[in-house]
Design a protein around this ligand. Structure first.
Ligand SMILES: [Zn+2]
Length: 373
């Protein structure tokens, strides 16, 4: 909705549960009274501005602002790249400073609802709370040694698993349901987590009703490691554990076989589609096929950028060049399949109605008053 009237104004209350905007001509005057706004609201001149719904950025690690400008063209996630700053080098205080920067960037780029998980999850939750975002926050749980991982080696470290799991559980206890913060369970990836720790996360999810958020089929190395360790693909591994389902959000989903796509889609699991990061792999996730198979698709920037519009453009370009436009999949999903998918995802949205599916209208996050440059 564009604030096209020369007399348009917006009333914004920073104390409410979200930004509330009123964009209308004001026959009764130019102040808050003219808008019929509650007392205490600030009135901003919205001429030349755009009023749009808050965007949902479904997968991020805000402290990875530390590697901004170092990894975008390396073709791999920072945790697997030697010689760049690693999360375990950061103190809690440094993590908080970087999380504030990452959260502020996402908010400035139009996201009012985010998923954020990394080490020191309390710092992530604090940053989101300070900036007023609705955030699903998790502690990154993993039990493969971080330094070895950056060198492409997989060395199980049970103490690391216990420490990261402890931090994750502390976040659930301290932050879940506090204001706009909710807690998720976030095992890092099938290659950086053992079967044992994934099973623990599955049991916790079943006991607490928490979502599981992880990376999946992000690299050929992950696929090869799961083949060697488990004798199956990463998707088969999650299915074997009983984790595939609407309560799973999996980022990337690039290197999937045809049967992986069918298996994932059939379960009603959710993809966090990261087209900008995927492009650095020289790859595009098969989102059209996943969507046709029944998966829900959400969009994210994965801290490579915070620009959801750039992500939308990249998603369209990648899909059209490799697989055809994802929206073309919609007419193919008729009748029972479409209704079943809606039922699984709880209506038009995901995460309890936060919304934000790729190329789809639904109940979005909070409205955002966004000043055009
Ligand atoms: Zn990620």
């Amino acid at each position: 909705m564009a604030a096209s009237s020369a007399r348009a104004r917006a009333a914004v209350s920073s104390s409410g549960p979200s930004f509330s905007t009123v964009t209308a001509p004001m026959p009764g005057g130019s102040g808050a009274a003219g808008l019929g706004a509650p007392p205490g609201c600030a009135v901003h001149d919205a001429r030349g501005a755009l009023c749009l719904p808050g965007l949902v950025n479904s997968h991020n690690h805000s402290p990875l602002m530390a590697v901004r400008g170092m990894v975008e063209d390396r073709g791999f996630a920072p945790a697997y790249i030697p010689g760049v700053p690693q999360g375990h080098w950061l103190s809690e205080e440094e993590t908080l400073a970087l999380a504030r920067l990452g959260v502020m960037e996402m908010l400035c780029a139009g996201a009012t609802t985010i998923v954020d998980y990394y080490r020191c999850p309390g710092a992530l939750a604090q940053a989101a709370e300070e900036f007023g975002l609705r955030a699903m926050v998790g502690g990154r749980v993993m039990d493969m040694d971080s330094a070895a991982l950056a060198e492409g080696r997989f060395v199980e470290d049970r103490r690391l698993g216990e420490a990261t799991l402890g931090a994750a559980l502390e976040t659930v206890a301290r932050w879940d349901g506090r204001g706009r913060i909710s807690a998720i369970l976030a095992p890092h990836a099938p290659d950086s987590c053992s079967r044992r720790i994934f099973a623990e996360m599955r049991d916790l999810a079943a006991a607490t009703g928490r979502q599981i958020h992880t990376h999946l089929s992000q690299s050929p190395m992950e696929v090869a490691q799961l083949r060697a360790r488990e004798g199956m693909t990463p998707t088969e591994f999650l299915d074997d554990l009983g984790l595939l389902g609407p309560g799973l959000i999996a980022a990337h989903c690039i290197f999937m076989s045809g049967s992986d796509i069918a298996r994932f889609g059939r379960s009603g699991a959710v993809v966090a589609h990261a087209p900008i990061g995927n492009a650095s792999f020289g790859a595009a996730a098969p989102v059209k096929a996943l969507q046709e198979a029944g998966a829900a698709v959400t969009l994210c920037t994965d801290t490579k950028s915070a620009d959801m519009f750039e992500a939308m453009r990249m998603a369209l370009a990648a899909a059209r060049s490799g697989q055809g436009c994802p929206s073309a999949a919609r007419p193919a999903l008729r009748g029972r399949a479409r209704r079943a998918r809606r039922r699984r995802s709880g209506g038009a949205g995901w995460q309890g109605g936060a919304g934000g599916r790729l190329l789809r209208h639904g109940p979005w996050g909070s409205p955002l008053f966004w000043l055009a440059p």
